[in-house]
Structure formats: structure tokens, C-alpha cells
Design a protein around this ligand. Structure first.
Ligand SMILES: *[C@@H]1O[C@H](CO)[C@@H](O)[C@H](O)[C@H]1NC(C)=O
Ligand SMILES: *[C@@H]1O[C@H](CO)[C@@H](O)[C@H](O)[C@H]1NC(C)=O
Ligand SMILES: *[C@@H]1O[C@H](CO)[C@@H](O)[C@H](O)[C@H]1NC(C)=O
Ligand SMILES: *[C@@H]1O[C@H](CO)[C@@H](O)[C@H](O)[C@H]1NC(C)=O
Ligand SMILES: *[C@@H]1O[C@H](CO)[C@@H](O)[C@H](O)[C@H]1NC(C)=O
Ligand SMILES: *[C@@H]1O[C@H](CO)[C@@H](O)[C@H](O)[C@H]1NC(C)=O
Length: 365
């Protein structure tokens, strides 16, 4: 894939870009419909099991101390056991709730959130092949009065199989065949580097100077995933729905499978487009045909770099962050020139003083 191709395609799709708007709602009564829905990914179309026709499923927003009523209606062919909510938070009273929703039935569940809960959890189907597409974030805000000062951006990392997931899973059970997916996804999308995927690339629109709370969940079946954003640091504040004792700032985070991380992202760079990447193995030189991306898009009028800048994770090809390596080059050149200047000055000075000294010593009396 050449830059030229990416350039032209990106220009084409900008007008059709799906804008992401972070929103929070109070939905104390939630209705989930389990149904098969057709999706186009990786140049193919297939049906997957979804909640309300969405992949990943809808984000549930809740507040500490609140009780939610969740109705799950199963319009699928198979029974589905639902699970809410996964997280290992200290105070998460509502952890480990699972219930069967038989095909054709509707089951109501009350989910009570304790007063001191807050953070990012997720809900999903129990069965592995169902869980691959039936999952979503469960975000708990603190009680009213305590300010939530950052806009939420749920980021669900998942996987896409070209094959029917149930078949892939049954083959895996029967013959030990590979359960490896064809792509990792951010919000259901493999991103710019995969075929037939550019139109859908997940885009996060940000305002310069604002801070955002990225609520990242890794729903992948087997893989840990590393997430980084070009030229931006992430400040990790919570893991698995529980604040961490010591916040830290890093250029990328690693999410163990089925875990979540809350991190603050500050839009503090030059307005531009920046890639967010999700990769399994950062020690590997990456294959540009297989790198999952989303785009952080600053609001405003400017001409973005095309393609957007890629982060410099360990072993990522620095060629991609061209302007950054150019900056480094300028710094190095400046040092080299300054160094040369000082060396020359020093040599001239040394020679002169030395000559003076020598002439002083050789001149007797
Ligand atoms: C959500 O709605 C319920 C009932 O209408 C209300 O008691 C609660 O305070 C609301 N929570 C928020 C965060 O607005
Ligand atoms: C669904 O679950 C019920 C109760 O456990 C069981 O009787 C039924 O056979 C199951 N149906 C399918 C399609 O697995
Ligand atoms: C859910 O809560 C409501 C109101 O508190 C109660 O009437 C209902 O019985 C509960 N339902 C279940 C399934 O526990
Ligand atoms: C992307 O969008 C353009 C414009 O709507 C459309 O012509 C093109 O077929 C789309 N490509 C894919 C792979 O869906
Ligand atoms: C990221 O963090 C490192 C180390 O704390 C710091 O040197 C660097 O300037 C930060 N970068 C940005 C873009 O904030
Ligand atoms: C990551 O890639 C390196 C280099 O190819 C390899 O040695 C290592 O085993 C890989 N790690 C995993 C977890 O796949």
C-alpha cells in the first residue's frame, strides 16, 4: 500500500467521515434486542449476532448508586447467556451477574450499582462465539455533585472473522484449528490499512486543549493489545473499573484480553490527524497491511497530514512519522553546526594561545 493510494483515498472519504460525538445519557431503562445483522467488512458481507443491530453493542451509561433495568429480548436462533458486568473493581457489587435469555424470550434484569462504584466495565454474552460480537462498554459515572470533568470516549477493541464466528469456533473445538481472527478492530472497524475499510475507520473528533477520558476495553478472545496515539501521551487513571493508586503517563498502554483501562488523553498537539493504533505485538516490525487504526481528528480549519501520523511504538517504522524524524534531524543538525563552530573557535583559540605561549617560552630573557 503506497502513501499515494492512502492520500487519495483519504481525501475521498473525508466528506463521508463518520463523526464521533462523545455523549452521555441517563438510560435507566434499557432495551437490548439480540438479533442477527448483516455487516460489510474486509470486502465481504456476513451476518453476525448483535445487540440492537450494532457492533460493538451500545454503551450503557450509569451513575453510582443507581439501579438500571435491563430488558434483553432474544430474537436469535440460539440461547444467549448474558453477563454484566466484567470488571475487578474493589467495590463492584454488581460484578458477576449472568442470566440466560432463551431464544424467543425476553428477560428483565435489575442491575444495582453501589454508591462508590465508578469506572469502565463491560457487558457481553458468555459463550465465546457469541461474545465475539455481543459486547459493549458499561460506564459508571460518579454520583451527582462529584464532577466528571472529561468527555467520555468509549473505545472497544475487538476482532473480525471473515468466516462465520460460530463455525470458526466449532472448528476450533473439533479440530483445534486456528481461532485467529482476520483483523482486530477499534469500535468494530479495522481501519485505513485493511482492504475495503477506509470508509468506516473510527474517527474521534477532538477540540484543541480539551482532555478526554478514553475508556478502552479489550474484548479480544485471546490477545493482549497495545494502544498508542501518534505524538500524544496517555495518563492511566483506572483499570478494570477501579481507580489505580498511582496514575502514570505513558506513550502506549497494554490491555490484557478482557480488561479495561481508563486513560486521559489531552488534545495538546498541533491540529492535525493522528493515528491511534492497536497492535498485538510491539516487538514485531509491523506489517502495514495488518495494523488496526482509528483517527484522532482535531477540529478546526487546517490542512491535515495525509496520511495521518503514526505513533512511534517500539519497533514501529520511524519512516511513518516523517515530520517528527525531520524535527529530530533539525535538532541534530543544529547540534552538529554548533559543535563545529565551537570546535573551530576552540582550535583557533588554542593555536593562538599555544603559539603565544611557545613564543613566550622560546624567547629567552
Ligand atoms: C437518571 O434518571 C433518574 C430517574 O429519572 C434520576 O433519579 C437520576 O438522578 C438520573 N441520573 C442522572 C445522572 O441524571
Ligand atoms: C435453551 O435453553 C433451554 C433451557 O435451558 C433449553 O431447554 C433449550 O433446549 C435451549 N435451546 C437451545 C436452542 O439451545
Ligand atoms: C426490579 O426492580 C423493580 C423495582 O425495584 C422490582 O419491582 C422488580 O421486581 C425487580 N425485578 C427483578 C427481576 O428483580
Ligand atoms: C466508500 O465510499 C464511497 C463514496 O460513498 C463509495 O463510492 C465506495 O464504494 C465506498 N467503498 C467501500 C469499500 O465501501
Ligand atoms: C510524553 O511524556 C514524556 C515523558 O513524561 C515527555 O517527555 C513528553 O514530552 C510527553 N509528550 C507529550 C506529547 O506530551
Ligand atoms: C513478538 O514478536 C517477537 C519478534 O518477532 C517474537 O520474538 C515474540 O515471540 C512475539 N511475542 C508474542 C507474544 O507473540
Amino acid at each position: 500500500m503506497t502513501f499515494q493510494k492512502i492520500n487519495t483515498s483519504l481525501v475521498l472519504i473525508i466528506c463521508f467521515a463518520v463523526q464521533y460525538i462523545a455523549s452521555t445519557q441517563n438510560n435507566t431503562n434499557i432495551h437490548f434486542v439480540i438479533e442477527e445483522t448483516s455487516f460489510d467488512r474486509l470486502c465481504q458481507s456476513k451476518k453476525i449476532l448483535t445487540i440492537n443491530g450494532r457492533f460493538p453493542g451500545p454503551t450503557i451509561y450509569a451513575r453510582a448508586g443507581e439501579t438500571l433495568t435491563l430488558d434483553v429480548e432474544n430474537k436469535g436462533k440460539d440461547n444467549v447467556t448474558m453477563f454484566c458486568c466484567r470488571g475487578v473493581g474493589r467495590h463492584v457489587k454488581f460484578d458477576q451477574v449472568e442470566w440466560l435469555v432463551e431464544a424467543g424470550s425476553t428477560v428483565r434484569k435489575n442491575i444495582t450499582i453501589s454508591d462508590d462504584d465508578e469506572g469502565t466495565l463491560w457487558w457481553h454474552a458468555m459463550n465465546i462465539w457469541q461474545r465475539a460480537t455481543v459486547h459493549g462498554a458499561f460506564i459508571v459515572h460518579s454520583k451527582p455533585g462529584k464532577p466528571d470533568d472529561h468527555a467520555d470516549i468509549p473505545i472497544i477493541l475487538g476482532e473480525w472473522w471473515k468466516k462465520d464466528v460460530k463455525e470458526a469456533f466449532l472448528d476450533y473445538i473439533d479440530s483445534g484449528s486456528d481461532l485467529k481472527s482476520d483483523a482486530f478492530t477499534v469500535d468494530g472497524q479495522p481501519g485505513d490499512f485493511y482492504p475495503c475499510s477506509k470508509n468506516g475507520t473510527f474517527r474521534i473528533v477532538v477540540d484543541t486543549g480539551k482532555k478526554y477520558l478514553l475508556r478502552i476495553v479489550n474484548t479480544a478472545i485471546h490477545n493482549n493489545l497495545h494502544v498508542g496515539i501518534a505524538r500524544h501521551n496517555l495518563t492511566v487513571i483506572a483499570m478494570d473499573g477501579s481507580p489505580i493508586a498511582k496514575q502514570f503517563t505513558t506513550d502506549y498502554v497494554e490491555l490484557t484480553r478482557q480488561h479495561s483501562i481508563d486513560c486521559i488523553f489531552e488534545a495538546n498537539q498541533q491540529p492535525n490527524y493522528y493515528y491511534m493504533v492497536a497492535v498485538t505485538n510491539i516487538s514485531e516490525a509491523y506489517d502495514t497491511n495488518k495494523i488496526t487504526t482509528a483517527i484522532i481528528e482535531y477540529q478546526g480549519s487546517y490542512i491535515p497530514s495525509l496520511p495521518p501520523l503514526l505513533p512511534l511504538l517500539p519497533n514501529f517504522s520511524p519512516n511513518y512519522d516523517k515530520s517528527s524524524s525531520r524535527d529530530y534531524l533539525y535538532v541534530i543538525m543544529t547540534f552538529v553546526i554548533l559543535g563545529l563552530f565551537f570546535c573551530t573557535t576552540f582550535v583557533v583559540w588554542y593555536r593562538q594561545t599555544n603559539r603565544a605561549h611557545r613564543s613566550a617560552t622560546v624567547t629567552p630573557m
